[in-house]
Design a protein around this ligand. Structure first.
Ligand SMILES: [Zn+2]
Length: 322
């Protein structure tokens, strides 16, 4: 029995080996056939359609959007931070309230946290009146080191440069308009006119009032900020000469009172020098209609910040009683 069993066992093993060899050959043939006949594929299809590309970016808007408190116009998704470099120590950072036509941030510094809000605005005429921006920066620098200047019941906002595109373009009359060629002090939605009489009215370069009231992102951003923050008195700085202009047509009593108080401490002229220029659609008139005491102050030239006089104006603005 033993030899027979052994012979049977050897035959079974031989059969298993033959089966294995045949199976391996079959598997090899199948694999070779599969590899050589299957279609060529790429990790990424080279035929991405425009629809697919746009749907990808539409699904990811957050990576290119910015939190703007006022929900104002953003003409450029990429703010040009490098051109808004401010000469202040790090720590107190400005609020960006919107962007210029070219995408430069409009920066507001806040001081104090009282219930009554007041505001200083510089640079509405950009590089043509660049010394107003220098003044704003000097006031900001001082206040960052002297918190105690702000009364406990007040909040002060300083917008250092409403027209950064004009300021970047030139420190001459060429820097007066924004990047749409608009004079931002003719773009406000009260007494707005598409055009104005140009004689004796700073008509050195082609300037427009904008396509419609508050058409410009700079105007719309500041309008929203002023309305949302319940500003009750403001100063908009210009240069040069003429004096202090109160808002309103005719000027409202609160704006006249603030103009007189500012004139008393600064020596800037009130009433201002008469001019035939019709300031259609200006910021101070619009603010006056919002029950805000509003004045334009003209520095005496195009180069000096006149800090000392305007520091006294700042103290007056902070302590003036409406
Ligand atoms: Zn001006």
């Amino acid at each position: 029995m033993l030899p027979n069993n052994k012979k049977q066992g050897q035959q079974i093993i031989k059969g298993i080996w033959i089966f294995n060899v045949i199976a391996l050959i079959g598997i090899t043939i199948t694999l070779v056939f599969y590899i050589t006949k299957r279609p060529i594929s790429y990790p990424i299809s080279p035929n991405i359609t425009s629809t697919q590309i746009s749907s990808v970016s539409a699904e990811n808007p957050s990576s290119h959007s910015y939190a703007i408190p006022m929900g104002t116009l953003v003409h450029s998704p990429t703010p040009i931070i490098g051109n808004s470099a401010t000469p202040f120590a790090p720590g107190k950072r400005p609020i960006t309230i919107g962007y210029s036509v070219a995408g430069r941030p409009l920066e507001v510094y806040q001081f104090g946290n009282g219930s009554t809000a007041r505001m200083i605005i510089a640079g509405i005429h950009g590089g043509n009146e660049w010394n107003t921006i220098v003044l704003a920066d000097e006031l900001i620098t001082y206040l960052q080191e002297h918190d105690e200047t702000i009364p406990v019941d007040k909040t002060l906002y300083i917008l250092r440069n409403l027209n950064p595109d004009g300021e970047e373009r030139a420190h001459t009359v060429d820097g007066r308009a924004n990047d749409h060629g608009v004079d931002l002090n003719h773009n406000w939605p009260l007494f707005w006119q598409p055009d104005w009489r140009r004689d004796d009215c700073w008509n050195y370069r082609p300037l427009t009032a904008g396509a419609y009231p508050a058409s410009e992102p700079e105007t719309a951003s500041l309008m929203n900020f002023i309305s949302l923050h319940k500003i009750d008195a403001l100063i908009s700085y210009h240069s040069a000469a003429l004096g202090i202009f109160p808002g309103g047509r005719p000027p409202d009593p609160a704006s006249i009172s603030l103009a007189q108080a500012a004139a008393a401490v600064s020596g800037y002229e009130y009433p201002p020098t008469k001019t035939d220029c019709d300031f259609t659609g200006n910021l101070a008139d619009w603010a006056s209609a919002q029950n805000i005491a509003a004045i334009d102050i003209e520095l005496t030239n195009h180069t000096d910040s006149e800090f000392d006089r305007n520091f006294r104006v700042l103290i007056t603005l902070l302590n003036w009683k409406k």
